[in-house]
Design a protein around this ligand. Structure first.
Ligand SMILES: NC(=O)c1ccc[n+]([C@@H]2O[C@H](COP(=O)([O-])OP(=O)(O)OC[C@H]3O[C@@H](n4cnc5c(N)ncnc54)[C@H](OP(=O)(O)O)[C@@H]3O)[C@@H](O)[C@H]2O)c1
Length: 291
């Protein structure tokens, strides 16, 4: 299943779901956006100690070398870790995508990636009628890397249903993952439904709403009823929506806190109350961004 459907069977952050191409992906990931090299190294090592098995970085974050170093020196066999990086917007296109992938892998000092994502769709605001073609050309290079065995799964990020529908027009390998902004205050219903219907696993970025969930009254109250923090409540809410959260923290205590999600359950009413929080998008809208 590309979705977390049986939460009661999941006990550890390294437990997995099966992607649409048969590979296993952990149900929790460790985020590294805005982490310095030193924070990236120590954060990843602490995360691995706390049981995370999926690491999320990106060419844009400038910390792939530090991430790769931590992964290589963690003492955990490479095939027990799930490593994701992303193609930045200035590298779209067939040849430049292949070059960017090689640069990322070299910086990380790794032989292969578990997941490579197109960081943002080329949108009509910037590319006009050429947007679909730009994404298709990039995806062709992704498929080449996949066929060469250099990446175990392909995905996209910030793709809405219209971007995915366009991609399907020419794709011969369908995306296995879509990484989107997802947290209390941004439920992305249409995209989530489209992904579920098309067997695409969803990862949630900024699952703590970049700290905005921490002082949300319903999250504080509902969490306290379960003996949990608002951060844990938000992450559990993601999981119960079938979305794999990617919390980022550089603090060992909070890194650990963000793994303690598998010993409580939010009721239907609690889920509904959190779903109803007013919209509070933290990042850019995929159709509006101009970077
Ligand atoms: N694909 C995309 O376009 C995209 C965009 C944005 C992010 N991402 C990915 O998603 C990851 C997570 O998103 P994010 O970093 O934007 O935001 P986030 O995970 O929602 O929030 C991170 C912030 O929350 C704090 N925090 C973490 N755990 C906490 C806890 N238990 N209690 C209190 N505060 C806590 C962190 O501070 P401390 O570090 O001090 O704990 C940090 O300031 C990124 O790191 C990146 O890997 C992807």
């Amino acid at each position: 299943m590309t979705k977390i459907t049986e939460m009661n069977k999941i006990k550890l952050p390294g437990d997995t779901i099966t992607l649409n191409n048969g590979i296993e992906m952990p149900v929790l990931g460790y985020g590294t956006y805005l982490s310095t090299d030193e924070e990236t190294r120590s954060g990843i090592l602490n995360a691995i100690d706390s049981g995370y098995r999926m690491i999320d970085t990106a060419s844009y974050y400038g910390n792939e070398a530090a991430a790769g170093e931590a992964i290589r020196t963690s003492g955990i066999p490479r095939d027990e870790l799930f490593v994701t990086t992303k193609l930045w917007n200035t590298d779209r296109g067939y040849r430049s995508t292949l070059d960017a992938f090689n640069r990322s892998l070299e910086l990380m000092g790794l032989d292969y990636l578990d997941l490579y994502l197109i960081h943002w769709p080329a949108n009509r605001k910037q590319f006009g009628a050429g947007a679909s073609g730009a994404n298709a050309e990039t995806w062709q290079a992704f498929e080449e890397l996949y066929k060469q065995g250099r990446v175990r799964a392909l995905g996209v990020s910030n793709f809405m249903p219209r971007h995915l529908k366009d991609l399907y027009e020419t794709a011969t390998v369908n995306p296995a993952v879509n990484q989107i902004e997802f947290h209390p205050g941004l439920t992305q219903k249409e995209t989530l439904t489209f992904c579920t219907d098309n067997d695409i696993a969803v990862q949630g970025w900024s699952p703590l709403g970049r700290r905005s969930v921490l002082d949300s009254e319903p999250l504080i109250r509902i969490g306290a009823d379960h003996g949990k923090t608002p951060a844990q409540t938000a992450l559990r809410w993601s999981l119960q929506h079938g979305v794999v959260p990617l919390p980022k923290s550089i603090d060992p205590g909070r890194i650990e806190e963000n793994t303690e999600l598998f010993d409580f359950e939010l009721s239907g009413d609690e889920m509904d109350e959190i779903d109803a929080l007013p919209e509070a998008r933290q990042g850019g809208h995929p159709d509006e961004v101009d970077f």
